[in-house]
Design a protein. Sequence first.
Length: 674
Amino acid sequence: MQNENKKPNRLIHSSSPYLLQHAYNPVDWYEWCDEAFEKAKREEKLVLVSIGYSSCHWCHVMEKECFEKMDTAEIMNNHFVCIKVDREERPDVDQIYMDAIQLLTGQGGWPLNCFVLPDGRPIHAGTYFPKQEWEKTLISLAEFYKERKEEALQYASELTNGIKDLNKFTSNTSTEVPDKEAVNQLLSVLQNSFDLEHGGFTWAPKFPMPSIWELYLQHQYFTKNTNTLQAVENTLNKMAQGGIYDQIGGGFSRYSVDRFWKVPHFEKMLYDNAQLISLYANAYRITANPVYAGVVNETVSFLNCELKDAEGYYYSALDADSEGIEGKYYLWKHQEIIELLGNDEALFSLFYTVDKYGNWEHEANILYQTRSLKDIAKLMKISELELSDKLNHAKQILLKERQKRIAPGLDDKMITAWNALMIKALVDAYKALQERSYLDDAVRLFEFLQTKVLDEIGLKRIFKNDKASINAFADDYAFFIESAIKLYEASGNEQYLIIAKQQMDTSIQKFFSTSDEFFVYRALQDSQLISTKIDLNDDVIPSSNSVFAKSLWILGFVFDNAEYHKIVKRMVGKLQPKIAKHPSAYSNWIQLINWINYGFNQVVISGKNTNECYSNISSIYTPNAMVFHAQPDTMLPLLKEKTSANELKIYVCKDYTCGLPLYSVEETVNAIKP
């Protein structure tokens, strides 16, 4: 039955693509709102909070098996007040109930289905449920709440206290930062889990985890540890060769289900691809490996073709499914390739591991590489250049054919934090490859955010249907500030740094808890949930607190603000026990600790030919330095008395001390080196 023959529910008025996917369910869904909880109180019912996102495969499966079924919906409507939540719009809600399920089961994931009291406190949670198990769970919980309410209240109280305890910290008040040796020991222990054969870590599924590999790029820069660089390069090479990377259209899927990076979970997220552009761009600056430059260019091209709006911002994600089948859009039958490529089929199939009977399910092939261009060229008795040309031509043929297929679903909402990550990615790509269009796109994107989602009240998180909505969270502010700092460095426009400081001061007012000495995730002025969440762990995306801390460290030097540095040192000191216990969960924090230990350089360029000088310096990987353009009318304390109208002068400043002027890029890079 088509949707037009069905009666829509309340979600039909939502702007969220995920909620709209459920708008024709027979379930009486609410969005997250006070009205739903008030109804639950009046009717003495439990609330079902069902959380997912538009590109989540198992969310789609559960919808088809449960939420679209009249008999299942009747049970849900009769016994519960049902709320649907898009975790990307409301990560604050998702974080609370993800903590609940992890306390209950030791694991989590999406769809996340949490049963809560009318006051929001959880009593039970799970992820995907098959229809029969779901209905059994619904009936059992409804009876439990009706017949044993006091027991339910007690259980909810204990579980909520457990959630609150997750955000409590030891009374560690040290402002001491782990020294170089302590950091080296932490990273050495973590290296024992490297998969030296296939890249990444030894477990599966494998997520790209860009922040961890960026940390190890920086670590080899500071320590000259070539083994570390080899491990990072191996990981980047294997990902670029694997099925997790779209060999035809560019861009990365969210993770690989196996340890070989072969079989992806096919959804493509903006935040993954933005961070991976930065990572490969930085790796290119170290290695000059043309493969990394290719990945950067192809991934930017993919995002511009598939996820970019005409206004210059980027959408959130592409679904894993098309026509209800996971990965169908990306898979190839051997016969298709024969018909499309003719005489070039053999070398293409050899290079991309295409099998007559399929290398995956149902005689389908995932395209991935197991041999180098050099080896295949030798085997096929042609030059590497000729092979490369033939492969590129074949890829264009297959890409054109693929575009005729029914495409995966598109989540076309704009998320401020993720677009800020994209600004950073475009700047990093510009610095590495000196492609001016990347900087132009970054400037245009920042101007969009500044115009459409920032007003006198503050940032908004979502932009959809020409409307900004939902007060921004800590990560939106943190990444927005970081993107402004990055844009200043690339452009020399001081207004970006002024904006960064303004929004940092706003963030301190909105999010900084003086009792916890960290930034809370949801603004202090907004109505609060059952627990105050503090985002500290660097996971697939760096934590908002670690990004705030990095920006505070930089802005402290720029604006001669010692209080910013005091905040950072208290944050790092308080977090020390957690970092020592689980270093893999604090990779962005450890990058900051290295800045503090090795010194963070401010490179001030003034005089003639500053643009050429900037290009030469920025093309070199110097993670402990930021370049400043000293203009005669500068507003920045750091740049005062360092301007030059004629002769090129370069000042390297560190720890509030500036050296004598230098006159060449080579001298400058040598002065920066640890």
